[in-house]
Design a protein around this ligand. Structure first.
Ligand code: OOG
Ligand code: NI
Length: 476
């Protein structure tokens, strides 16, 4: 019987994220170096931006260097609906829920994804840890042999311990809560599912067959765990980190994914250091008698950084997608430096002043009432929407809402650069015909991920309602 207060999910998530980070730093020491670089640059950026009106205005950037560097996401790749459903239960105990559907077939990858993250802004503020989680789509594999081998391996493996499954049952019977004592056990048990195992579940031959179909398939199906493949701290200045990575001798991805550098950051920019070649032991054969092991190599794990900007509306996202595809088309044969110029040039069509972005309905904002005195003596100017007049007369302040989610094409670029041999990294992913299957994903997950657009627009709307209430208006 369980007594006593339950562990707070926000605290449990923070402890889990920090244990995962420690695990990953031990597994991939280069990640520790990356964290130090990011921390130094964030410190400098926070100092430099303290008096910068433009930056101080951005909700996206209201954070201390400590909190910023703490912020990180991770990524895992799963093989079966059952693994996805169990991972959903693990994350639910940590206060993380599925947000958004990502179709990675746009980049020719046989998978789709969601992101598990906190659903309340207050929880994100306490600890914003999130995990980009992809699921294999066997129906998109071309080779029947590779597909059969992959499904056989996946059908046999057990990536969750019995004790973890027991703890999940206990939590589920109590609104996903655990006692302090159970939580202590839960963290290492859950981490095991995401840790690196030095012995593969596959033979070298199986690994080769799967890798030949797609390197990502080998990574998903040949191992005993759903190893975390990267962790990502957030930075205020991704371009500076990219330079510092190169200066420290790290092999950085040649292009930063996402929108080009701008005055008013939008969405998400990402870059990574490339995956390391690691030695791993493969099984000689799959029967008990073939107990021997063979040395081999695998490349999967890397470190990434992200710079977050404002969340864009559906209209803003359409514009972003259009400019992205225009930039990609124009830069097919370009070097990374030329591509940067092309992107900046094409993206001139995306307004770069907060006021314009807001007035044209391209971004989501949080509105706050900052002054109430003399509101009744204000005469309404018919040429302006009321909200804009309230902003220009200093009653209301608008801050862009931080984008908390991901971009499928950028994700594909991150995937791609970590799949290819490191010498061939200048080319990003190519655009493929989309082949999305959101309802297939929902049925694998056992529920529908939250729609991200509704989530941001709900946040904007509730801030407006609060402003209206404080100023004594009614909202339409
Ligand atoms: C996931 C890549 C996507 C991101 O930040 O966009 C991702 C993966 O490589 O498994 O993490
Ligand atoms: Ni990532």
């Amino acid at each position: 019987n369980v007594h006593g207060p339950f562990k707070d999910a926000n605290i449990l998530r923070a402890e889990f994220a920090s244990a995962m980070s420690e695990m990953y730093r031990t597994e991939v020491p280069l990640y520790g170096d990356l964290i130090r670089i990011v921390h130094d640059i964030n410190n400098a950026s926070v100092v430099a931006s303290a008096n910068d009106e433009l930056i101080a205005d951005t909700a996206a950037l209201r954070a201390s260097a400590e909190r910023l560097t703490l912020e990180r996401h991770g990524a895992i790749r799963l093989g079966t609906p059952n693994e996805l459903q169990t991972v959903k239960r693990i994350f639910s105990v940590l206060g993380m829920h599925p947000f958004g559907y990502y179709d990675l077939s746009v980049a020719g990858l046989p998978m789709h994804a969601t992101c598990f993250r906190p659903s309340q802004v207050s929880s994100l503020d306490l600890n914003p840890f999130r995990v980009f989680t992809t699921l294999l789509r066997p129906e998109l594999l071309k080779s029947e042999e590779a597909k059969a081998q992959a499904l056989a391996l996946l059908g046999k493996r057990k990536i969750f311990t019995d004790r973890l499954l027991q703890l999940l049952d206990i939590a589920q019977s109590r609104q996903n809560q655990l006692t302090e004592e159970q939580a202590k056990e839960f963290i290492p048990e859950a981490l095991l599912s995401f840790s690196w195992r030095p012995v593969a579940a596959a033979t070298l031959k199986q690994y080769e067959i799967l890798k030949n179909e797609h390197p990502i398939l080998a990574d998903i199906a040949c191992f005993q765990s759903a190893h975390i493949n990267h962790l990502t701290p957030r930075t205020l200045n991704i371009s500076a980190v990219q330079e510092a990575m190169k200066a420290a001798g790290m092999e950085a991805k040649s292009r930063i994914e996402g929108p080009p550098r701008r005055k008013c950051p939008i969405l998400l920019r990402q870059t990574s250091f490339l995956a390391l070649e690691e030695s791993i032991k493969f099984r000689k054969g799959l029967s008990e008698n073939d107990a021997g092991l063979i040395e081999g190599n695998h490349k999967a794990r890397f470190g990434e950084i992200e710079e977050r900007g404002a969340a864009v509306t559906a209209k803003g996202r359409d514009l972003y997608d259009r400019l992205l595809s225009e930039s990609l088309t124009k830069s097919v044969k370009a070097s990374p430096e030329e591509a940067e110029v092309i992107f900046s040039d094409v993206f001139k069509q995306f307004p770069d002043e907060w006021k314009d972005l807001r007035q044209q309905g391209l971004i989501y904002c949080e509105f706050r009432c900052v002054k109430k005195e003399a509101i009744h003596s204000m005469t309404q100017d018919d040429r302006l929407p009321l909200l804009e007049q309230l902003i220009s007369e200093g009653f209301v302040k608008a801050s862009p809402i931080t984008y908390e989610d991901f971009l499928p094409f950028s994700a594909a670029g991150i995937f791609q650069s970590n799949l290819q041999s490191s010498k061939n990294t200048s080319g990003g992913p190519e655009l493929h015909a989309a082949n999305a299957d959101p309802s297939g994903f929902s049925s694998s997950l056992g529920s529908e991920p939250t729609d991200i657009n509704s989530w941001y627009s709900q946040q904007q709307q509730s801030s407006l309602e609060k402003v209206a209430w404080e100023l004594g208006f009614t909202v339409a």
